[in-house]
Write a new protein. Structure first.
Length: 373
């Protein structure tokens, strides 16, 4: 959202932001949160006024959960303004938004009007009331036809994501694919540091257990540096301390992460869930640093063998360990891919390319006659 705001502003467009912070839910009674998740009248009134006050032509939504609510779509429709919705995650299909539960891919809610498995497993924030609120929102607006009729265009980040949303029932004629991009090009590195890098959130779905076990099982692997924080921070720190070829750097400033990417032989990205489009992948490619990832979900659309990295079967430690076994050969292979990796970034993820794609989406929405109802 921030990158698109900056891009549109730089190109001379007037952009008005409306944001709320989810921290507010921590002090909100469960019943009140449930009601606001389904319909927030305050959001409706504010968006309705903003459209009039600023002569808004397009309402581009990035997230409605929980405090904006789908009321934003109705406010825009009342003002006869088309809505664009970027689908950053899988919330419309899965209350957890990840299709990931207890260490495995989970699609139990896909295609279900009432997401009752999410209630059984307390998939949203580990809370039954919160999971019920999200499930109620999805069910109510599914029955009301909100997602079918009140959004002019949905933007999926990859072809894989688009296929999932089609499975979930979103209309094919309203779904387009537009990837994320980098507002600022970090420039190319030389990859001469002789290490692999993991940079990102330290969370179960990111495959950190597989990552650390692979380095433990392969003591001759090139060194691994880990940058980031999250719920698994204590585990990562403890495990890294016991491994001579792993260094945990903690949370790093963005500029430091970019420097690490430029020096890395490759970025290792062992995520085991249906990722959206992590910016660290685009940053790695912009730096010319290839990516090693498991072949799962959208990563199949982003990583191409012998072009910008290597995809491994999603079979865990043994596969990754065998891949790491010959460090010298591995560093040489990755060095040969650096120019291809950078070229792929230039062909796919620059700001100018994204601006043209976004403007095309907006223009089609503005030229579409009639009501969406």
């Amino acid at each position: 959202m921030a990158a698109e705001h900056a891009l549109l502003t730089e190109k001379g467009h007037s952009v008005v932001q409306y944001t709320v912070h989810n921290d507010a839910v921590n002090t909100m009674p469960a019943i009140q949160l449930g009601v606001k998740t389904v319909w927030n009248n305050e959001s409706y009134r504010r968006i309705w006024r903003l459209i009039a006050e600023h002569a808004i032509e397009i309402v581009h939504v990035h997230n409605t959960l929980p405090l904006v609510s789908p009321a934003v779509y109705y406010a825009a429709e009342t003002r006869k303004v088309p809505v664009i919705q970027t689908l950053h995650n899988y919330r419309l299909l899965c209350p957890a938004a990840t299709f990931f539960r207890e260490g495995e891919i989970c699609e139990l809610c896909l295609g279900k009007g009432i997401k009752y498995p999410a209630l059984v497993h307390r998939c949203y924030r580990g809370s039954l009331p919160a999971s019920a609120a999200v499930s109620a929102m999805l069910a109510a607006h599914g029955l009301a036809g909100t997602y079918q009729r009140k959004v002019h265009t949905y933007i999926a980040l990859t072809e894989f994501a688009k296929s999932k949303f089609l499975q979930g029932g979103l209309p094919a004629d309203r779904l387009v694919v537009k990837p994320n991009f980098l507002a600022d090009d970090p420039g190319v590195g030389n990859g001469s540091g002789g290490y692999a890098l993991y940079a990102g959130r330290l969370a179960p779905e990111k495959g950190l257990d597989v990552l650390l076990e692979a380095w433990r099982a392969c003591p001759n692997a090139l060194p691994l540096k880990i940058a980031g924080d999250g719920p698994l921070q204590a585990m990562v720190k403890e495990r890294a301390t016991s491994l001579a070829n792993v260094e945990y750097l903690g949370a790093c400033e963005h500029s430091r992460v970019l420097d690490l990417l430029k020096g890395a032989a490759f970025l290792v990205f062992p995520s085991r869930w249906y990722e959206g489009m992590p910016l660290v992948l685009l940053e790695s490619m912009a730096c010319g640093t290839p990516v090693v990832a498991f072949a799962v979900g959208s990563l199949n659309d982003l990583i191409f063998d012998e072009v910008n990295g290597v995809k491994l079967p999603l079979e865990g430690t043994s596969i990754l360990g065998r891949f790491l076994n010959d460090s010298r050969e591995l560093i040489g292979k990755m060095a040969r891919l650096r120019a291809f990796t950078r070229r792929y970034f230039e062909q796919s993820f620059t700001a100018d390319q994204n601006y043209r794609r976004l403007l095309n989406i907006y223009n089609k929405a503005l030229n579409r006659p009639g009501s969406l109802s």
